[in-house]
Write a protein that binds this ligand. Structure first.
Ligand SMILES: *Cc1c(COP(=O)(O)O)cnc(C)c1O
Length: 434
């Protein structure tokens, strides 16, 4: 390319970013480098790798060539500087906070999160000495009000699981900037095809690649992406990045690696010491899934819109929470942040409450009753009896997972078939309630 500012389009980067034919075999598809370790040229080479003076492969807990392709691809799609892939979305959340937090530190997070994230933040993180303050994201100022001098990050889901809630991310990014701390956005439900949080001021993005990025319900994974724009050395809030690291002979990540400091720390400290490495075969499946991300997301959104409109007019349904419906309170935020469509995960309420909700999930035939989303297959779950059952009723209601709530992840089957299946199941739920 002669023009230095030229960048390939999203679809092109989905297929090519980070990958090139294998130099030894010519293999066009990215090989699965199913190896634990890599031979050193000599002792000096080994030493420079261990000292982080040379980039290269040592041991697959830290880096692996198949996983590196995935990292480069996702960083490219999100417009970030670098990425750290790992075993799951939950591992990504631990890795995202790890470079920022010391024991005793705090953060502010949206209350409208994946149920597992609420549990992770409010219970398990406590054991690390990390305290999360959860706030209602409907009012961006709530994030500012909850900040303390010990807060090192703000965390939110832009398109929130399970209720299809959209957070007005731009003013929250401004609050984070004024506080001198990074904004972390979980972009799992939107994917970079529908929304690019860095364009709205986010500093770090996390994904559960288990969902739409891999896209076929066959590979666990997570990824953390750094924009490369946040200056971690500007204050002394982030000593792990801006102060000498004894484990690497006093190397300072921000000084040595500049805008890659956060990402290198993710591998050299996060993956090295916490160990939630992504398996090479899962990286391969995720890379393959991402090749069709744009096409899949387009159809996911089309199908979701059709199903939501059908449910909205169904007599057994009391409400539908899909931001693609004009009546939805998030309709205008969706137009701003997700102009290609607000994803394919949403909830609806069945008349007849908990019992009717259970009957619907037990009556579907085409839809699968399971705890996942972002599959080619359409999925259904009753959060109150499954994903959100660890939460108190009050937390369930706050998270949009009350007793009558059914969550859908609309897949890529023929829309008419999905609709017919739901219609039959709803008819059974009415009989049950009667
Ligand atoms: C599934 C999910 C997670 C957790 O990811 P895992 O890959 O299951 O660990 C985090 N955030 C959101 C929005 C999710 O949907």
């Amino acid at each position: 390319m002669t023009d230095a500012n030229f960048t390939y389009g999203f679809e092109t980067r989905s297929i090519h970013a980070g990958a090139s034919p294998d130099p030894t075999t010519g293999a066009r598809s990215t090989p699965i480098f199913q190896t634990t370790a890599y031979v050193f040229d000599d002792v000096d080479h080994a030493a420079s790798l261990f000292n982080l003076q040379t980039f290269g492969y040592i041991y697959s807990r830290l880096t692996n060539p198949t996983v590196s392709v995935l990292e480069e691809r996702v960083a490219s799609l999100e417009g970030g500087r670098g990425a750290t892939a790992c075993a799951s979305g939950h591992a990504a959340q631990v890795l995202a906070f790890f470079p920022l937090m010391e024991s005793g530190d705090e953060f502010v997070a949206s209350k409208k999160l994946y149920g597992g994230s609420v549990t992770q933040f409010t219970r398990t993180f406590k054991k690390f000495g990390w305290t999360g303050h959860l706030v209602d994201p409907a009012e961006p100022e709530n994030f500012r009000k909850a900040l303390t001098p010990k807060c090192k990050a703000i965390f939110l889901e832009i398109l929130a699981n399970p209720g299809g809630i959209i957070v007005d991310v731009e003013p929250v990014a401004k609050i984070a900037r004024e506080a001198g701390i990074p904004l972390i956005v979980d972009n799992t439900l939107a994917t970079p095809y529908l929304c690019r949080p860095f364009d709205w001021g986010a500093d770090i993005i996390v994904h559960s690649t288990t969902k739409f990025l891999s896209g076929h319900g066959n590979a666990m994974g997570g990824v953390v992406i750094d924009s490369g724009k946040f200056d971690y050395a500007k204050s002394d809030k982030f000593p792990a990045l801006s102060k000498p690291e004894p484990a690497y002979h006093g190397l300072t990540f921000t000084e040595t690696f500049g805008d890659l400091a956060y990402t290198i720390h993710g591998h050299a400290m996060g993956l090295r010491d916490l160990g939630p490495t992504m398996a090479p075969v899962n990286a391969f499946l995720t890379i393959t899934g991402i090749e069709t991300l744009a096409l899949r997301m387009e159809r996911h959104v089309q199908n979701a819109q059709k199903v939501a409109e059908f449910l909205e007019s169904h007599p057994a349904v009391s409400w539908v929470s899909y931001a693609g419906l004009k009546k939805n309170p998030y309709y205008s935020l969706a137009k701003k942040y997700l102009p290609k469509g607000p994803g394919s995960v949403f909830t609806f309420g069945v008349k007849g409450g908990y019992e009717a909700g259970v009957k619907v999930v037990e009556s579907v035939e085409l839809l699968s009753h399971l705890a996942n989303l972002g599959d080619t297959r359409s999925l259904i779950i009753h959060p109150a009896s499954t994903t959100h059952r660890q939460l108190t009723t009050e937390q369930q209601m706050t998270a949009g997972a009350g007793p009558d709530v059914v969550r859908l992840s609309i897949g890529l089957e023929s829309a008419d078939d999905i609709i017919r299946d739901l219609d039959v199941a709803l008819a059974k739920s009415v009989k049950k309630a009667a």
